[in-house]
Write a protein that binds this ligand. Structure first.
Ligand code: CTP
Length: 398
């Protein structure tokens, strides 16, 4: 099912050049199944016209407090009633100032004041405008009023200057919005995860690794964050950006990953080993590049330490979850890992197409039995796993 189906979202567009990104945001929201109502300020309409938003949302666009279309003439009230969220993108310095002071002199500012749904604001302005004490005061006020501030990002600005003030990309705003709508079932919990492969050096230019993409671990980090947890992600060598708000620690070898995990472990409530940690590493990496010769080369391998088993064996162990990617006999191997490593949950999947795919078909194994999850993309599977963990944790304390 599409992520936002059945949900209505109000997108407010104020007068900044980043309004062009709002068009893409509307498209992403519609694609995810949301009903999107766009409210455009007068200056927003100078950058991107109402017909663009109307075509993308497939719904009328709202621009005027005196719009006679609603029967009761109260678009400023009706628009947010029943809406899942209202997001202002772009939000100019002027509009942020209006919000901070509760002004209501046009449709968008009035509906923000009259709203009964969460409000998210994506600032977009020149870096000097962003840095000014007045803007910072206003933003701090919005935060303390419970309004989510998304970004801004840093980088090249439309005016040619570089700095903080660029609006987040549409995909990032979309991600934040979807995340904000997830139930905060793990609020106050701290979660530590490992993700990706490890790389075990043979010599300075070669090593042993595996094709784990890290995507399942990163998706889980995001799903835990969206569920309200404080997340630390120990990542092996992968080309992925950590979800916003997640603390990332990079590690290369199994031994570095273990050290990073043990360092971050105190105070964690949940530990999830998603990484495909190398089980063996070369016994003593060569200090210099191994030169080619006609003779066969034998590599001596030694076992690495099992991070998950070590964490789960501690007297003060957090709630421990492991992954079992198997090429056969999934249930038997997953159960064995559950028992031998003393885990609360094992996420098992049968590898048919190798590691690193986009989707994942997984079965959860715990003391209560087997729970197959519906096939989905890694983020949806991650959300299901997080919700199962929250079910297990709810009645007890970890
Ligand atoms: N794991 C770990 N440290 C290791 C090896 C594995 O933390 N050195 C964790 C993985 O992150 C995963 C779980 O243990 O959550 C199972 O990993 P997997 O490689 O499937 O199993 P192994 O225990 O290594 O057993 P085998 O390779 O024989 O299947």
């Amino acid at each position: 099912m599409a992520e936002l189906s059945g949900k209505r979202v109000v997108v407010g567009v104020t007068g900044g050049v980043a309004a062009y990104k709002a068009a893409e945001l509307v498209r992403l929201l519609v694609k995810a199944g949301a009903l999107v109502d766009v409210a455009l300020t007068q200056s927003g309409g100078r950058f991107v016209g109402a017909p663009t938003f109307q075509a993308l949302s497939g719904r009328p666009v709202w621009t005027d407090l005196w719009d006679a279309r609603p029967d009761n003439g109260m678009a400023h009230i009706d628009l947010t009633r029943g809406a899942a969220a209202c997001v202002i993108a772009p939000a100019t310095a002027d509009f942020i100032a209006k919000l901070a002071h509760g002004f209501a002199d046009d449709l968008l500012s009035t509906l923000c004041l009259a709203r009964d749904c969460p409000l998210l604001v994506a600032p977009a302005m020149n870096r000097q405008m962003w840095e000014k004490p007045a803007t910072q005061r206003n933003v701090a006020q919005l935060r303390s009023d419970g309004i989510a501030i998304l970004g801004p990002a840093s980088g090249e600005q439309a005016c040619g200057e570089e700095g903080l003030g660029r609006m987040l990309e549409a995909a990032d705003i979309f991600e934040e919005l979807v995340g904000s709508l997830q139930p905060k079932r793990l609020a106050g919990r701290r979660v530590l995860l490992t993700a990706g492969p490890t790389f075990e050096a043979i010599d300075p230019v070669r090593g042993i690794t595996n094709p784990s993409s890290g995507r399942m671990g990163f998706a889980l980090a995001r799903a835990f964050r969206d569920a309200g947890a404080a997340v630390t992600l120990v990542a092996g060598p992968v080309e992925l950006a950590a979800p916003r708000g997640v603390r990332r620690v990079d590690a290369v070898s199994a031994e570095e990953m273990r050290a990073a995990v043990l360092d971050a472990l105190p105070g964690q409530h949940i530990f999830v080993g998603v990484a495909a940690v190398a089980d063996y590493r070369p016994a003593g990496a060569a200090a210099h590049k191994i030169k080619k010769s006609a003779a066969p080369l034998t590599l001596q391998l030694e076992p690495t330490r099992d991070i998950l088993a070590e964490v789960a064996a501690r007297a003060d162990a957090p709630f421990c979850v492991g992954f079992a990617a198997e090429s056969r006999d999934l249930a038997a191997y997953a159960r064995r890992k559950l028992e031998e490593k003393k885990l609360r949950l094992v996420v098992g999947n049968l590898i048919q197409d190798g590691l690193g795919g986009e989707t994942n078909a997984v079965t959860l194994f715990d003391a209560a039995g087997e729970h197959p999850l519906p096939l989905g993309d890694k983020l949806n599977v991650a959300r299901d796993i997080v919700s199962h963990i929250a079910d297990m944790i709810d009645p007890c304390t970890v």
